[in-house]
Design a protein around this ligand. Structure first.
Ligand code: ATP
Length: 291
């Protein structure tokens, strides 16, 4: 992106921010998401859940990796998932994203989309983004080019070759650079970013595709304390606009971002509540310290 384009984008954003608010929309705007009338193609969250798992079971060669797992997440919620090694956290994410098929159980996106009827690419198209632990950005491309590419990813080969950012997309990209703390690194090659910056860039790439639900697997593993703190800030700004499921072992990070924490153990929910509540739960203490 040229400095002129960046400046133009910044000007447009400033003008947008300064424009008088138009008040409530007919539907009540984002605040009224729960009571909005459902339209086809949208995720129906009128029942107050964006993700719903009920009594899910998965066995690998007779070993019950997921064993009667039930949980749900509200729209806009930032849910933290913790649990000892082998608890089933990754397998749960594999099920939600269509990578692993459960033997039995229900997995719904909103109240109408049965995720078990969709494959991995379809689930991504429906609006479920996943961030694996290791950053996977295009190392040879600049920060800007990575984000631009993320916008192109939804397009066909032909339309992606002809793809040119329109002004709304330029604004979105400029806004994203600020959100992910990379506004000063627009032209830097992604391969030269720090580990934390690469993670933010990948999160930015996912966000460019407007996911409704974002699954994040150990997002702060390997980050410095400062990067971890900035990631916490980032997640707190995303909550509300997106629903987030964060699997993490770093308890101080969880403490900064969490509202409800779900503890998985042996493939099902062992405890759920605030971090203080689950940390003082005898069963949780037993699985973390007693093994
Ligand atoms: N494809 C597979 N085949 C056989 N066993 C598997 C497979 N995938 C997972 N498992 C087993 O299922 C259990 C749950 O694994 P999973 O990776 O989901 O746990 P986790 O909570 O993500 O652990 P960690 O915190 O170590 O990443 C483990 O005992 C694991 O060895």
């Amino acid at each position: 992106m040229t400095p002129e384009l960046m400046e133009e984008g910044a000007r447009r954003l400033a003008a947008k921010a300064a424009a008088p608010k138009t008040g409530n929309t007919e539907s009540g705007g984002r605040q009224a998401g729960f009571s909005r009338i459902h339209t086809p193609g949208e995720v129906d969250v009128t029942h107050g859940r964006i993700l719903y798992l009920e009594d899910v079971h998965v066995s690998f060669d007779g070993f019950k990796a997921i064993n009667g797992l039930s949980l749900d997440i509200a729209p806009g919620e930032l849910r933290c998932i913790i649990g000892p090694n082998g608890a089933g956290k990754t397998t749960m994410m594999d099920i939600i994203t269509g990578k692993t098929r459960p033997n039995t159980g229900k997995v719904f996106f909103g109240s109408t989309i049965d995720l078990l009827r969709h494959n991995e690419p379809e689930i991504a198209q429906l609006g479920i983004g996943r961030k694996f632990q290791k950053p996977t950005v295009f190392e040879k491309l600049s920060v800007f080019e990575n984000l631009e590419l993320a916008l192109k990813m939804n397009k066909s080969v032909k339309s992606s070759m002809l793809f040119k950012l329109d002004s709304a997309q330029s604004d979105k990209l400029a806004e994203m650079l600020t959100t992910i703390h990379l506004a000063d690194s627009v032209t830097r090659q992604a391969g030269n970013l720090s580990h934390g910056q690469k993670q933010w860039l990948e999160i930015g790439m996912l966000l460019m595709q407007d996911p409704k639900l974002l699954l994040l697997d150990e997002p702060v593993a390997g980050m410095t304390d400062e990067e971890t703190a900035r990631t916490a800030e980032l997640f707190l700004t995303l909550k509300g606009k997106h629903s987030l499921m964060v699997v993490e072992h770093d308890m101080s990070f969880i403490k900064t971002i969490s509202e409800i924490v779900t503890v998985l153990c042996d493939g099902s929910v062992l405890a759920q509540g605030t971090l203080d509540q689950v940390q003082s739960d005898e069963r949780v203490i037993e699985v973390y310290l007693g093994r």
